[in-house]
Design a protein around this ligand. Structure first.
Ligand SMILES: Nc1nc2c(ncn2[C@@H]2O[C@H](COP(=O)(O)OP(=O)(O)OP(=O)(O)O)[C@@H](O)[C@H]2O)c(=O)[nH]1
Length: 576
């Protein structure tokens, strides 16, 4: 046994060092490394010499009675093909087996892994009294996870196991209590690492929804929660968790209900998040039918009172899941190909998840034992998908923010000249007044108006008039190299804000602008326009607000007009 453990650990060690090499080669190779570790979780010899399958009819006649089972003729037993699993159950998942343990003087634990829907009856030495268990009937004192149903074996001798409702061959093993504890801890670590991630992401997404009230967040959180619940129920851990043990009363039908609800919620989330409806209308309709409406009908049929036989459910449910998965991948691929960036995110998240969930559906449907990679494939890939989709949500928020910024920019800027529009410059003025007051700094405002602009339009046309407005803005920027806030507040009227400028300093800037326009805007677009500016300058007084500053600057500009245009007029503040 010790050499076997050494071999196992050296195998795990080689896998880990190989994984480390991969990790240095690629940035996301840690994920592959994690998967390798999971796939290479130690598998011990199972402590059994042989398993015999008992003829179903003769086992039924003997009932759950070890004495009568032991008295069956040798023709009632046939060696099972494998000494690690209870294979050969009938179509309803029923059967009886006799286990021959490897002789040992130590106490051991009989483990039946991943029982899922199976209900067990175990007759074991020394007393051979019937002990019944399933994940829906957990023992009163829980010492381990529900990964395996465990029965203490205190004495040598054959063990009898009766199974009902098994959906695939069950793996069995006899281990020492210590070995059981070690392997169970390894399992709990891996499982709860993945589930913890899922829970964390679901909570964060729920918080986002509580503030943003966008349906896509709610659907995402609901999809994650239902996936989490499915893993917890199918692994049996839900039934030992406080607040969830009541789910045990629904048995395996409860698991089917959760699985189908999870498919529906996930499909609704995909449709919304990847914007499949506008991008791939036909495919999204088909997806909604196969992944939404039909599973919904199945759910209604499942809870509908009537005949208790629900064996029709798993094949139908699994079939719908497989078709919905295929449709989802196809829809996402087409949407991505048509430029849907978020469909790309979902594809990256979904392909591994769909692969493992399809494999799980095939495993459940075909009755092959649960493989180690598949045991953790589902929770690990769900956690991976959750993380990628959070990235996708962040990307979606970024795209919305960019759109909002563009809209905000458009709303505050003049399309013709690119400077702030009236609303934009007034907002800026209110802000610089507050700052100037807080910092006890001066603030000057220039009101600039083109002289005889009507004539330019009349003589040269509006196109030249527009070009003149752009030329004036360029000239103002040339003269005011510090790029102070500039806005167009009317047809040919501009406002320039000069924070930290005293009146005299502002007058110099205004004069420089006036001169620049006069000299550089004589000709625009080949037209001899001879542009000039009349400029009013005021500084911000104690009693000023944005409106009074603009009004006083406008009055100063009018004084410049009346004084003959092409000049700068500075007026004193109301209170100095
Ligand atoms: N090309 C062009 N013209 C505009 C635009 N907005 C307003 N205008 C014109 O600007 C002219 C403004 O004329 P007025 O208000 O009479 O002023 P003015 O001719 O410059 O005369 P003073 O200001 O007194 O020197 C009008 O003819 C408007 O049609 C614009 O975006 N493009």
């Amino acid at each position: 046994m010790a050499s076997l453990r050494r071999w196992r650990w050296s195998r795990g060690g080689r896998a880990a060092s190989a994984a480390a090499r991969v990790a240095s080669a690629r940035p996301y190779a840690w994920l592959i490394a994690c998967l390798l570790m999971v796939v290479c979780l130690p598998v011990a010899a199972n402590g059994l010499q042989r398993i015999d399958r008992i003829d179903p009819e003769q086992a039924a006649q003997a009932g759950a009675d070890a004495t009568r089972l032991a008295a069956l003729p040798s023709t009632a037993f046939e060696p099972a093909p494998s000494a690690t699993q209870l294979s050969g159950a009938d179509a309803r998942g029923r059967g009886w087996w006799r286990l021959h343990p490897v002789p040992s003087g130590d106490d051991r634990v009989l483990l039946v892994y991943h029982p899922y829907s199976a209900r067990l009856t175990v007759l074991a030495p020394p007393d051979y009294r019937a002990r019944r268990a399933s994940i829906f009937q957990p023992p009163a004192r829980i010492a381990h996870s529900q990964r395996a149903l465990a029965f203490d074996i205190d004495a040598p001798g054959p063990i009898w196991i009766g199974v009902e409702d098994a959906r695939y061959p069950l793996q069995v093993a006899l281990r020492s209590p210590r070995e059981y504890a070690v392997e169970d801890h390894a399992h709990v670590r891996v499982l709860w690492l993945a589930l913890g991630l899922l829970i964390g992401v679901a909570l964060v997404v729920l918080m986002f929804w509580s503030r943003l009230r966008e349906r896509v967040y709610l659907l995402f959180a609901a999809s994650l929660t239902s996936q989490l619940l499915y893993v917890l129920c199918s692994y049996g851990d839900a039934y030992v968790l406080p607040g969830l043990h009541w789910l045990a009363r629904f048995g395996v039908e409860g698991i089917w209900f959760v699985a189908t609800s999870s498919t529906i919620l996930t499909v609704l989330f995909l449709l919304e998040f990847a914007q499949l409806r506008p991008r791939v209308p036909w495919l999204s309709r088909a997806l909604l039918l196969v992944g939404g409406w039909l599973p919904g009908l199945l759910l209604v049929a499942l809870v509908w009172p009537g005949p208790s036989d629900r064996s029709w459910f798993p094949p139908l449910g699994n079939l719908l899941l497989l078709v919905a998965n295929a449709l989802a991948i196809l829809s996402l691929a087409v949407a991505w190909w048509r430029g849907g960036r978020h469909a790309g995110f979902v594809l990256i998240a979904w392909v591994p998840l769909v692969t493992v969930s399809t494999a799980r559906a095939v495993q459940l449907g075909s009755g092959v034992p649960l493989a180690p990679w598949l045991e953790y494939g589902l929770p690990v890939m769900e956690a991976f998908a959750a993380l990628v989709l959070v990235l996708g949500l962040a990307d979606r928020m970024l795209a919305f923010r960019r759109e909002r910024d563009v809209a905000q920019n458009d709303a505050q800027h003049d399309a013709l000249t690119g400077v702030l529009n009236r609303a934009g410059i007034e907002r800026e003025l209110r802000s610089v007044i507050v700052t100037a007051r807080r910092q006890r700094l001066p603030l000057s405002v220039l009101f600039l108006d083109l002289d005889h602009f009507k004539r330019i339009n009349d003589n040269f046309g509006h196109a030249v008039g527009d070009a003149c407005l752009r030329a004036v803005v360029a000239a103002i920027r040339n003269a005011d190299t510090d790029g102070h806030p500039l806005g167009r507040i009317g047809g040919e009227e501009f406002l320039l804000l000069l924070p930290a400028h005293h009146r005299r300093h502002a007058r110099d800037t205004a004069e420089a602008i006036r001169l620049e326009v006069e000299t550089s805007c004589r000709e625009v677009d080949g037209a001899a326009v001879e542009l000039t500016l009349s400029i009013g300058v005021v500084d911000c007084g104690a009693g000023d607000d944005a409106a009074s500053l603009i009004r006083r600057a406008d009055e100063a500009m009018y004084e410049a007009k009346h004084a003959g245009r092409n000049r700068v007029v500075v007026v004193d503040g109301p209170t100095g």
